[in-house]
Design a binder for this molecule. Structure first.
Ligand code: ADP
Length: 644
């Protein structure tokens, strides 16, 4: 056992330089465990450095339309090896009946029985079986590796593409559909590549080889059997192809619906529970599952008709062969060995047809998935990066809307002719009724969407002329409902700046007033966030999001104020955090509370997609317009007193 001392550093010394010592949570790896850890690390698979860097503009290979062949030729050696092995398998399998025929004809003659010859043939047969088995083993290995490689590349390509797509895609496309593309469709392809394609090739080759052998043996007999059997089989197979295709399409739609329903009820579990919708959800899911089951029933039914029918035709063919071939043997125009070989080959002739049709389904499904994935990969981001876009130099933070109009649907404009200038370092609050277009204005600043008409400029640069990454690096966004990722609180705060030092992290925590919370948590910043931070309060999640924005040091900050009712203490805390955050940077606040709006340098009143008033709180209150009326109503509500 390697548990003795001497393998690792002394306890408390830590395996890594700079690791915390003594009473701190990580006291180093105990020396008696070091050897175990080392051996675990040695076994850790090395996936190598990622060979693709993310870029907003797809490269040459990524722009080629997705196709099965294009995926396969990325691995030429495995492809060639797989191809050769497929031919070996298809040929070697067919040696058996031929050897049996030879053994009967030349070794089992009534006058000269040659036992050694029969034995030799049996030995050869065994040899070919061995070759087939070996070739099959290598072929499965080669195609398996080919499939794994192709699937890996494809998953990366699709995921990278999804990262590139703009927000509009995720609002118009159901999340379940995107998930189905990534799971079920990719899995379909995997099945096809792993064994489907190779089987398809083997069976097709087998049929060709057998047909050639049959005709070489006896043209008449081959012709009769082929003429008798093949047309019926062809008609039956064509029917099966059509109906099974229909069935599998239903199955595919069914599984997409099941996944969509499942993901929706998982994501909405809180709302479901709160509104007592469990019973209704179960009923709904049963309906969706019922559809899926019906589709599966249908394909099972079709298979149940097809498989026995082809077998029946096979038996009829053999009966015909027995009658005609038997007659030929009696009249000495055919040897018994050849007839036996014929029987054996004919038997093998049906299997590939059945398998081919089944493989054809896998092929069909795989192709359908390729088409779906191709459509996804060909979806252009609605907010594309211009080829040759320049890198946005460090900005002061001036934002200008120049006659901007915009509609999510170009036919239904949401913003009309907006002109607005926000000076560097200024804090501006957007106020107005729900649906007025405040968030939409903010989304244009971060270039989540492009205006339909007019321009949005940042320090004089049209947002469409600069690279997306250089723009977003200088922008910070705090959404209404902050999203926490799986990981620790520290990682969540450092999200926008993974290289931040502990001191910088500490400063961000301090400045937004998270110090108390972090001190209360069992592992401080290393406390793991579960389920998107549902165990934290809304106010705490908001503070974490503010710390995240603070750490990123953006020049321009866009902040959608949380609408959830925060308790008074959280609200005060967040107001303090905002003071720290808004210092010395341009900030756009989508204010849902007038108390927040009043803290801004200027207030922009938005109504029905138009900027109707702009000014300071005092100016607008004195003007007696929209803002003054909103303020009056708000003041009359006794529990709202400006705390600013
Ligand atoms: P506000 O932030 O002022 O409450 P929004 O800017 O969110 O208003 O919305 C303005 C209008 O645009 C609303 O009528 C809203 O329904 C519509 N809208 C918002 N987001 C989308 C979207 N992704 N697709 C289509 N319409 C949208």
């Amino acid at each position: 056992m390697a548990w003795g001392g001497g393998f690792g550093p002394p306890m408390g010394g830590g395996g890594r330089p700079g690791a915390p010592v003594g009473s701190l949570p990580f006291g180093g790896i105990p020396s008696e465990l070091q050897a175990g850890v080392d051996s675990l690390l040695a076994d850790e698979p090395d996936h190598g450095p990622p060979h693709r860097k993310f870029s907003q503009i797809p490269d040459e290979t990524e722009r080629r339309p997705l196709g099965l062949w294009q995926l396969l030729v990325q691995y030429p050696r495995l492809l060639v090896a797989g191809g050769i092995l497929v031919v070996v398998v298809a040929l070697a399998t067919q040696a058996g009946p031929e050897l049996t025929g030879i053994a009967i004809n030349d070794g089992m003659t009534p006058h000269h029985p040659r036992l050694w010859f029969v034995g030799a043939m049996a030995g050869l047969y065994l040899g070919f079986v061995g070759i087939t088995a070996l070739a099959q083993r290598w072929q499965v290995q080669a195609t398996g590796r080919l499939a794994a490689g192709v699937m890996h590349d494809l998953r990366i390509r699709v995921f990278t593409h999804i990262q590139r797509l703009s927000l509009d895609y995720f609002t118009t496309e159901k999340a379940g559909v995107v998930m189905t593309r990534m799971t079920s469709d990719i899995e379909n392809l995997q099945q096809l590549l792993q064994n489907g394609l190779a089987q398809f090739a083997i069976q097709a080759l087998t049929m060709i080889v057998i047909t050639v052998i049959l005709f070489a043996k006896d043209v008449r007999l081959a012709f009769i059997t082929v003429v008798l059997i093949v047309p019926i089989l062809t008609v039956l197979s064509l029917w099966f192809r059509v109906v099974s295709e229909r069935g599998y399409l239903r199955v595919r739609d069914g599984i997409a619906d099941v996944l969509t329903d499942l993901s929706e009820s998982l994501h909405g579990v809180r709302v479901v529970t709160a509104h007592n919708r469990q019973r209704h959800n179960v009923l709904h899911h049963r309906n969706v599952l019922g559809e899926y089951r019906d589709a599966n029933d249908y394909t099972a039914h079709v298979n149940a008709v097809y498989a026995p029918s082809t077998q029946l035709i096979g038996v009829l063919g053999q009966a015909a062969l027995l009658a005609i071939g038997g007659d030929m043997v009696v009249h000495h125009s055919l040897s018994i060995g050849t007839l036996v070989a014929f029987f054996l080959y004919l038997n093998r002739f049906f299997q590939p047809i059945q398998l081919l049709v089944q493989q054809y389904n896998t092929f069909q499904q795989g192709q359908a998935s390729v088409v779906k994935l191709r459509t996804l990969l060909e979806t252009e981001p609605a907010v594309p990066e211009k080829p040759g876009a320049e890198v946005l130099p460090p900005i002061e933070g001036e934002i200008v809307f120049e006659r901007v109009s915009f509609g999510y649907d170009p036919e239904a404009p949401v913003l009309h002719d907006v002109d607005l200038r926000i000076a560097p370092g200024e804090t501006v609050a957007f106020v107005g009724p729900t649906g007025a277009g405040k968030s939409t204005l903010a989304k244009l600043i971060t270039r989540f969407y492009d205006p339909t008409a007019g321009r949005v400029l940042i320090d004089g640069h049209d947002l469409r002329d600069v690279t997306l990454s250089s723009l977003r690096r200088q922008l910070g966004v705090v959404p209404q409902e902050p999203f926490l990722f799986a990981g620790t609180i520290g990682e969540n705060i450092g999200f926008a700046r993974p290289g931040a030092t502990d001191a910088e992290l500490g400063e961000a925590v301090d400045r937004v007033g998270l110090t108390d919370l972090v001190a209360r948590l069992p592992d401080g910043l290393d406390t793991v966030v579960h389920e998107r931070g549902q165990a934290l309060s809304a106010g705490e999640r908001q503070l974490i999001a503010l710390a995240r924005a603070f750490l990123a040091h953006p020049r321009v900050l866009v902040l959608d104020e949380a609408t959830s009712n925060l308790d008074l203490q959280s609200e005060t805390q967040i107001e303090h955090a905002l003071d720290a955050l808004l210092e010395e940077r341009t900030a756009v606040l989508i204010a849902h509370r007038l108390s927040t709006a009043m803290r801004a340098d200027r207030i922009v009143v938005v109504d029905d997609g138009r900027v109707v008033e702009v000014g300071t709180h005092d100016e607008l209150s004195a003007r007696g317009g929209r803002y003054a009326r909103m303020y009056d109503v708000w003041m009359r509500q006794s529990d709202h007193r400006p705390r600013a």
